[in-house]
Design a protein. Structure first.
Length: 370
């Protein structure tokens, strides 16, 4: 941020003392002195806590894109970065085809949305049998995240708008199947001109005295329902107290070339008399399983038995442990050589009992036992 420097007022040295007194008295009254900008207040937004067939999910509403009011349920995902949204109902149907968006030139503006010709494909899935592909373009618009319960508007947000999503058998998914609000600080989706998208919260100015970032309160289990129960659990804009005196264990994020500040947390996981060093991502978008990547695991991916104990410890000393039950804290052990992974995933169940913070200005992540 550039701060304009104000030239000091010039004054004559040989001014009679009485004039200086009068000058000071007139200034004290007032009218021309700039008033200090008051400190901003963090904004509260939330999500709907959904429990369908014992699978928990957090859904956030996007209520406006450009000049058009919408009501889109987005997966609230700390494991990815960037807004990903289906064009159906957002752009005119005449502009959407199975082969791409229909327009000419480098870009076009529709309903307050700048749609560019920068295209990419995003892949989801663990292997060839589960691989899905999402096709779309880079776009920009003012986007309102949240609904009447609480919202923020991010000005000229870069996002990924897609025209097609297909599964491994080339079957087209229903509209909005892959809509995601990825709030991670990583750069998940790149385009040919080297543009990228990341967390919408990273583009939001929270106001004077606040740090760009957000925190999530511990969710508990009582609010989850099949239809979804609203929880104002997200605070956008961090105070100095959040960063220094609220008890968060802070972890400095290391930049990865081409990927930004991926929220990788180094540490260790203990289970079944094993203790492994690993990197972890605390991921609201992963449910109902934790995934532990163990390079010495000799078997196919396996689910830990009920009553198994798992203990997590970060390199900064944060500790969290849980016991596997029939419905909660389900945990898969797998070898990264066969899974294609390498990073252990800490599931949504963690967020039921712990707080989470992400600071975009200082590139750090915070964890706190509730």
């Amino acid at each position: 941020m550039q701060i304009a420097k104000r030239n000091p007022a010039q004054r004559l040295l040989l001014v009679p003392a009485i004039l200086l007194v009068l000058f000071a008295a007139s200034c004290s009254k007032g009218g021309n002195s700039p008033k200090p900008t008051p400190a901003a207040t963090p904004k509260k937004i939330g999500f709907y806590e959904v429990d369908s067939a014992n699978v928990r999910e957090l859904q956030t509403v996007v209520s406006k894109i450009g000049t058009q009011a919408v009501s889109l349920d987005m997966i609230f995902d700390t494991g990815s970065g960037g807004l990903v949204v289906d064009a159906q109902g957002v752009l005119p149907a005449s502009m959407i085809s199975a082969g791409g968006f229909v327009f000419s030139g480098d870009s076009t503006v529709v309903n307050g949305i700048t749609l560019t010709n920068q295209q990419t494909i995003v892949s989801y899935g663990a292997d060839a049998a589960t691989l899905s592909r999402v096709y779309g373009n880079l776009a920009y618009a003012d986007v309102t995240v949240g609904d009447n319960n609480g919202n923020i508007t991010v000005k000229r947000l870069p996002f990924f708008i897609y025209y097609k999503a297909i599964d491994a058998n080339n079957k087209t998914y229903p509209a909005h199947e892959f809509d995601v609000l990825g709030v991670s600080s990583e750069y998940d989706i790149y385009f040919p001109n080297q543009s990228y998208i990341t967390s919408p919260f990273a583009y939001y100015d929270p106001g004077n005295g606040l740090t760009r970032g957000f925190k999530i309160a511990a969710l508990g289990t009582s609010g989850f329902s099949e239809k979804g129960t609203y929880a104002a659990a997200v605070t956008v804009g961090l105070t100095q107290a959040d960063l220094t005196s609220e008890g968060f264990n802070m972890i400095l994020l290391v930049p990865v070339t081409g990927y930004g500040y991926i929220p990788l947390v180094p540490g260790s996981i203990s289970y079944a008399n094993q203790n492994i060093a690993t990197e972890m991502i605390f991921d609201t978008g992963t449910s109902p399983y934790f995934f532990i990547e163990d390079a010495n695991w000799p078997y196919q991916p396996s689910v830990l038995d009920a009553n198994a104990r798992v203990d997590i410890k970060t390199s900064t000393g944060f500790e969290y442990g849980y016991t596997v039950t029939a419905n909660d804290n389900l945990t898969v052990i797998e070898n990264p050589r066969t899974s294609g992974g390498g990073v252990s995933l800490v599931s949504l169940d963690f967020f039921l009992y712990n707080e989470y913070l992400l600071d975009f200005d200082h590139h750090q992540l915070g964890l706190k036992n509730n």
